[in-house]
Ligand binder design. Structure first.
Ligand code: UD1
Ligand code: CA
Length: 458
């Protein structure tokens, strides 16, 4: 019997090199319907700007360059786009003029250009690859990403015959018959760079909004003998745009559903998935349990077997294996919780490293600190870490007992095995295995309370 072999042919296969790709992201619109001082594409979903989501997806297609079109005063957009190029659209005269602003940056480019709207951040790389493929399969063509939406939002309509587009009509320019068309323009296009350079200058502004519509391109292309092919998006969620705060909230929920699913697929139990909010970068280990009403800001990593109890708020925190957090705990940036540690209700921790098996069960504050393994940090203990000018550090060793209502006035060091008596305010370093106590002596006056009651009786 001959063994089967995966290598079926010894012939060398020559693959034609795929044309180069440039991606243009339109992000210069004011986003007036957002009623915001912030540029529309800078509004966050799952903890980062819409534009950052789109750039990350764009990068997975390995483009030769990404050009983000911004307006003159959008420094935040430029910073978010970096290190990618930006091109400035001096006046917001429509998507056609925005693409025109990118042409100079494409002067030396030969290949395909993918044009994306900055307010459609959930588009997937697979859909974009299929859009490019649609253009590539037909000679002398471009492609547009369409989607069937019923009821139709205020989208441009694709007037088509089969999968060949005839023209795009913007919602405000539609006749009643055109309004009834449910095949919509998502705004994503793929075209050849040289064609783009030729066609874009021909866009006019003779329409209801007196804007330069990029959606006029298919008609201009048709006059030049090129056909526009439609690739239909299968998933309507990924092509939704953001024009208003309500749209932003809708996209947030779409992404949250995906992120919850991802956490569960990675082995986390979510008791009430809908009440848990993740960030785009939340990492969850195996056998993690997340109770209801938990919020994850950016930069959270949960190890295996971590249990996050209800109503906890975490950001910039690393929680190592087997730790238990909450209910009602707050972990702020720079927190590192050692394995098997237990952080209970109303405990706030910031910029602090807790080694393994630390217990801080109730009502405590730990800021700018390091706490050694198996130390007990009791109810009401705090680090007084700010002297009004700068933050100071508290260093606590292993197996220390920090009693209830202790004030640790930083900078201060508590060595291994020390015992800090309840109610003490500690302003000096404490040696290993020492007892530190700093509080008034208890004085007892026999019968005082009864006499006091008698005296005040009416
Ligand atoms: C656009 C399309 C519409 C499509 C819809 C899908 C046009 C004319 N219309 O309409 O067919 O159904 O998207 O969501 O293309 N922008 C600029 N400069 C400008 C204007 C816009 O950079 O001068 C950017 C915006 O920042 C935004 C994107 O282009 O990211 C889309 O602009 P927007 O005004 O939201 O277009 P829609 O009215 O949604
Ligand atoms: Ca839009």
């Amino acid at each position: 019997m001959t063994k089967s072999n995966l290598k079926t042919s010894s012939k060398t296969v020559f693959k034609l090199a795929a044309p180069k790709l440039a991606i243009v992201i339109l992000a210069a619109g004011r986003g007036t319907r957002m009623k915001s001082k912030l540029s529309k594409v800078m509004h966050h979903i799952a903890g980062r700007p819409m534009l950052a989501h789109l750039i990350e997806t764009a990068q997975t297609l390995s483009p030769e360059r990404i050009i983000v079109v911004t307006a003159l005063d959008m420094d935040d957009v430029v910073a978010c786009a970096a290190p990618n190029m930006t091109a400035v659209q001096e006046q917001a005269l429509g998507t056609g003029s925005a693409v025109a602003a990118s042409l100079e940056a494409l002067n030396d480019f030969d290949g395909n250009v993918l044009i994306l709207l900055g307010d459609m951040p959930l588009i997937s790389a697979d859909t974009l690859a299929a859009l490019i493929q649609t253009k590539e399969t037909h000679e002398n063509s471009l492609s547009v990403l369409g989607v069937d939406l019923d009821p139709t939002p205020a989208f441009g309509r694709l007037i088509a015959q089969g999968n060949i587009l005839q023209r795009i009509v913007e919602d405000s320019d539609c006749t009643d018959a055109e309004k009834a068309v449910t095949l919509c323009n998502t705004g994503a296009f793929c075209t050849n760079a040289k064609d783009l350079q030729k066609w874009v200058p021909q866009i006019g502004n003779n329409n209801a909004q007196s804007e330069y519509y990029f959606t006029d391109i298919p008609t201009i292309a048709a006059n030049d003998g090129a056909k526009t092919y439609i690739h239909k998006a299968k998933d309507t969620d990924e092509v939704r745009g953001v024009n208003s705060r309500a749209d932003l909230a809708a996209l947030e929920q779409i992404l949250q559903t995906q992120l919850r699913r991802k956490a569960m697929d990675n082995g986390a139990t979510l008791i009430d998935p809908k009440s848990v909010t993740f960030s785009f970068d939340t990492q969850t280990g195996q056998d993690v349990v997340i109770e209801p009403n938990v919020f994850f800001g950016t930069g959270v990593i949960l190890g295996d077997n971590v249990h996050i109890k209800a109503c906890s708020h975490l950001e910039g925190a690393h929680v190592r294996d087997d730790a238990v957090i909450g209910p009602f705990a707050r972990l702020r940036p720079g927190t590192d919780i050692g394995s098997g540690s237990k952080i209970g209700n109303f405990v706030e921790i910031k910029n602090a490293r807790l080694h393994e098996g630390v217990k801080a069960g109730h009502l405590a504050y730990i800021g700018d600190a390091e706490i050694g393994a198996h130390t007990n940090y009791s109810c009401g203990a705090i680090t007084a870490n700010y002297d009004g000018f700068k933050k100071q550090k508290t260093i606590i060793g292993e197996n220390v007992m920090v009693g209830s209502n202790v004030n640790l006035v930083a900078p201060v060091n508590i060595a291994d095995g020390a015992y800090i008596a309840a109610g003490s305010t500690i302003t000096k370093d404490v040696e290993a295995d020492a007892l530190a106590i700093n509080r008034g002596k208890t004085r007892i006056f026999d019968g005082w309370a009864a006499e006091n009651r008698q005296k005040n009786k009416k």
